[in-house]
Design a protein around this ligand. Sequence first.
Ligand code: NAD
Ligand code: TYD
Length: 357
Amino acid sequence: MSSLETTVLVTGGAGFIGSNFLLHSVRRHPRCRFVNLDKLTYAGNLRGLEALSNGDPHVFVRGDVADATTLDDVFERYRPSIVVHFAAESHVDRSILGPADFVRTNIEGTFQLLEACRRHFPRGEGLFHHVSTDEVFGSLGETGAFHEGTPYDPSSPYSASKAASDHLVRAYHRTYGLPIKITNCSNNYGPRQFPEKLVPLMIMNALEGRELPIYGEGKNVRDWLYVDDHCDAIWAVIERGRVGETYVIGGRAERRNVEVVELVARLVAEETGVAPETILERRRFVADRPGHDHRYAIDPSKIERELGWRPRESFVSGMKKTVRWYLENEAWVDEVRTGEYRRWIEANYGRRGGEAA
Ligand code: NAD
Ligand code: TYD
């Protein structure tokens, strides 16, 4: 018999935040078994999880959150009492080019997972922790910040699909009494992020001598949070947050995109000995994203006050760690750039792979 007391089902655990969450959690929560259910889309990369072997306390199952049979198999076999739902299509630009996968995974997938919790959790027990984004609130002007009561006003198919999933999660609490918690976090950065997002794209392009594409005039503002600080916040909410509540999470680190790109360029220059100007002169202002939200900002007073959570990293210390990780993990970077990580996944995990549910 295993001495592990709690089974946590982590969906999307091969993605950027999910993989960081698993690495973070296995060390700090030795009494938990983590079942990682991931479909392994282009964004799922198990190479980042090689430090965890497949078998207690981390069990990998390849599967789709929108598939009810897979979910029944996983719930019957592992009997999780906590679900942390990361699995999603997550890139705004992809959602503009092809929204269908976003509707299927983010809305239908969340619906199927909620239904599975309703079928398998004893009534009023268990926990569904929904990991969501500040993008559901739409765009801010020059002042103000999102808080738990901000009305939803999503702009992209991505944020609209996440908004729909948040509404479903809340409705399952009010209607069926399912114990849920929701977190809406600002932009994350850190190790293992796929280079279609701003920070890893700029780091990899700066390292490889490529152009640095900045949408529009680069004046859009995001609030940035180091991924481990997000993971800490999720655990604070799981352990001490109130059931049925929402917590917004942010780093009090608002930056315009041009400032982010400049910091990345300077840090890469510092680490590699290349002159910063050589990197900075490759900035290119390119066509803007349609419906590009101008500004996101978070007022994290509730999670700070109620749960005592604070980020450990400043924007500069977190970015330094991130740039170093990309420099020290050339193999990961090369495999992502060449697509080799996909061949490795198919060779090792096949169409379903992992512990078949
Ligand atoms: P990601 O795109 O890096 O990873 C998503 C993971 O989900 C991948 O491993 C992918 O294979 C998996 N997946 C996709 N469809 C699936 C399906 N149908 N069934 C099972 N697995 C599936 O995303 P991320 O950046 O790690 O984001 C994780 C979650 O956090 C998302 O819900 C996102 O909305 C939310 N979030 C992200 C950020 C951010 O800045 N990245 C900020 C706030 C909230
Ligand atoms: P992104 O990392 O895609 O996150 P999100 O759209 O979820 O905020 O983009 C962050 C910001 O950077 C956003 O304002 C768009 C901008 N951006 C660029 O200017 N150039 C790029 O190549 C990318 C990918 C994003």
